[in-house]
Design a protein around this ligand. Structure first.
Ligand SMILES: [Zn+2]
Length: 136
């Protein structure tokens, strides 16, 4: 997703630009499809969309591997943006589109109606960076 982004930004030096990156993140139920093989650090892993056929440990491991990969992706994005401190004032805002139930209260995924959703589904991961994190 970051391929070509450096050139895209360089070509817009002197302009104000907003870039939106939309990754698959940890979108279930196919958590095992959300990271490359080298990020399968937590094992055993649930390798099906049928979560009912997996153990809680397998589901959690696949989910945690997807989080590990998102962590790597965000670190790569921050490193890319560091290169532009000076000609730009880089900022990064990360927001997940929803939380995820991983078996709490017997629930999985994120499709419960909002009024009945547990905090695991409605409280989203979010952070923002500006200034110092992008200084070399
Ligand atoms: Zn989603």
């Amino acid at each position: 997703m970051l391929v070509g982004l450096k050139q895209y930004i360089q070509a817009r030096t002197g302009q104000d630009i907003l870039i939106v990156l939309h990754q698959m993140g940890s979108h279930g139920p196919a958590y095992y499809k959300r990271y490359p093989p080298q990020f399968e650090q937590f094992k055993p892993v649930c390798k099906t969309n049928e979560l009912a056929s997996c153990t809680a440990e397998q589901i959690n491991n696949a989910y945690d591997n997807s989080i590990l990969y998102t962590d790597y992706f965000l670190a790569q994005t921050i490193e890319l943006l560091k290169q532009f401190d000076g000609p730009f004032e880089p900022a990064l805002l990360y927001v997940s589109d929803h939380g995820e139930s991983l078996g709490e209260y017997g629930l999985y995924l994120h499709g419960a109606p909002f009024a009945f959703s547990p905090k695991e589904q409605t409280h989203v991961g979010c952070f923002g960076l500006v200034g110092q994190p992008f200084r070399l």
